[in-house]
Design a protein around this ligand. Structure first.
Ligand code: PHE
Length: 451
């Protein structure tokens, strides 16, 4: 078989994997979820989930991928010695393909809004902006084409390979994303009345905490770290044997959380400064924010114009590094399992995800009758993955590494063959054997209405 791709540098590993983690989940989903669930109190819970479940879960997926040096399905197969654990890999590939399908719909909206900000089409009062979104999203063609275009851009990066495509794109996009974010946060925090938003985000209101907020934080943590999709497992198969798995998971988790909190510091102060409620849900960035930017910078419309372009560019970059990682899971799978050229495999993944994207897009736009179990196809895919497939994937990865594969292999991967010292191994093992399975089981029980 042809030699597999590898990330070329330590920095490439961190940036590409952080690129997968940092996405619409941070800039779009995190702020409104925190806004609806008690601001800083939610953030503290979220950080707890990242430390307790997120990092151990990431390390587990890393261990499977790096040990096997293969796509997710084969990686689980290599380690399962005859038992059908391979299905965990299949599950991850399926999950990421479904996520890519509906994620591309929202990513396509971001692309359209980037274009609309450049063309100055978002100028108008609140009703105008709302109508703009409604007209756009119910159009039979436009949103669908933007979503398909987004997958095509992703395809063009992925076909170039691990180092020349994925690593290079991440090294370019991630620093740009960070700079855009910092500029936006500073501009937003300097607005009159912005401190209300900062206080809201940083002052914990513990009275809002409840079982369901706790579970909300767990779900957000999984989605944000790309956990349970085989994405981390696939990327880890391109890591070098010298990569410190725990250290990398820690750095990526810190970066991911930092970007989520900074996104809150961008959105809340701006929203507070014009008196908009920060808990207006998923529509926050397409219906509320365009108007917030205009009102906040009413005295300097050029600044408002530039800020709006920067914000949608930020969303597009964040989404792209994530869609690349989802696409790579399927591409690696088809390449290795069916010994196809990378080009062909990438096309298979592209066509399948484009089909999902088209139907999801139509289900929330022109053809609302595309429904499954009472939900629009888009909502159905979102719920199926976030509430069921992601937690299942993460739990199975933890059980597999914690209880099934030989402890010696886990130890060797964790310590790079004994060269990394420290006594965190037993804590890690306890987390994946006991803490993660119990917490994830609680999520399921909650969804079934038992807790
Ligand atoms: N972590 C990404 C985000 O926060 C989403 C994602 C999920 C990416 C699953 C890959 C796999 O937007």
């Amino acid at each position: 078989m042809k030699e597999r791709g590898n990330f070329g540098s330590k920095m490439g590993i961190i940036l590409a994997t952080a690129g997968s983690a940092v996405g619409l989940g941070n800039v779009w989903r995190f702020p409104y979820t925190a806004g609806e669930n008690g601001g800083a109190a939610f953030i503290l819970l979220y950080i707890g989930c990242i430390l307790l479940l997120g990092i151990p879960g990431m390390v587990s997926e890393f261990i499977v991928g790096r040990h096997a040096q293969a796509n997710a399905a084969r990686a689980y197969d290599v380690l399962s010695k005859g038992l059908p654990w391979k299905f965990v890999g299949y599950l991850g590939i399926l999950t990421s393909t479904i996520i890519l399908g509906f994620y591309a719909v929202v990513a396509g909206w971001c692309l359209q809004y980037l274009w609309a900000s450049i063309a100055g089409q978002l100028n108008g009062d609140a009703d105008y902006v709302r109508n703009y979104f409604m007209t756009f999203s119910s159009d039979p063609l436009k949103p669908t084409l933007w979503g398909v275009a987004f997958i095509m851009i992703t395809h063009l990066v992925v076909v170039r390979g691990v180092q020349k495509g994925i690593e290079r794109a991440s090294k370019l996009l991630m620093p740009m994303l960070f700079i855009l974010l910092l500029v936006l946060v500073v501009s937003s925090c300097m607005l009159p009345g912005a401190m209300g938003g900062v206080r809201f985000l940083l002052h914990p209101d513990f009275s809002k905490l409840s079982g369901s907020v706790m579970l909300e934080a767990l779900g957000q943590a999984f989605f944000s770290l790309s956990l349970g999709t085989a994405c981390l497992c696939t990327y880890a198969s391109y890591f070098s044997k010298l990569t410190n798995l725990l250290g990398s998971a820690g750095q990526i988790a810190i970066l991911d959380t930092l970007i989520a909190v900074l996104s809150g510091l961008l959105i809340f102060p701006a929203a507070f400064s014009v008196g908009v409620s920060p808990d207006s849900g998923p529509s926050l960035i397409f219906i509320t924010l365009p108007n917030v930017f205009q009102q906040a910078f009413a005295a300097l419309p050029v600044v408002g114009y530039v800020i709006s372009i920067m914000f949608y560019a930020l969303l597009v970059f964040a989404a792209l590094t994530s869609t690349i990682s989802m696409h790579e899971i399927g591409t690696a799978f088809f390449t290795e399992e069916f010994t196809l050229p990378r080009q062909k495999s990438a096309w298979i993944e592209t066509v399948v995800t484009m089909l999902i994207c088209v139907f999801c897009s139509l289900s929330v736009g022109a053809i609302p009758s595309i429904k499954l179990m009472g939900f629009s196809l888009m909502d159905f895919c979102d719920r199926l993955t976030a509430n069921f497939l992601l937690p299942s994937g993460a739990m199975l990865a933890c059980l597999f590494v914690g209880w099934y594969i030989p402890k010696q292999i886990v130890h060797d991967e964790f310590t790079n063959g004994g060269t990394l010292k420290g006594n965190l191994f037993s804590i890690y093992l306890f987390a994946v054997r006991i803490v993660c399975p119990i917490c994830i089981t609680l999520i399921f029980l909650h969804q079934l209405g038992f807790v």
